[in-house]
Design a protein. Sequence first.
Length: 116
Amino acid sequence: QVQLVESGGGLVKPGGSLRLSCAASGFPFSSYAMGWYRQAPGKERELVISITSTGGTTTYADSVKGRFTISRDNAKNTVYLQMNTLKPEDTAVYYCNKRFGILFDWGQGTQVTISS
């Protein structure tokens, strides 16, 4: 059974940083491109950034370019999202999932709130 468990969110002031983690299990993690997605209040879930099985990255949300970095540790079946210079508009629930194909069932996500 596939499990995606996101963690690391919290309340941070503008300009701060957070590092999110997503622990994956139940599928051959190292073979899959993975992505971080987010859903802000009242908005649809969007793909923010992704990483290939071998570490190549692509940023899809222009608003996070230069501030967010994705990485993975295939030995730990974990994908990370380093978020720097956070802004109020980054407030959302953050999720991880496959990058391509039919997505797995979503995990619970991790809430990120940027507020002074």
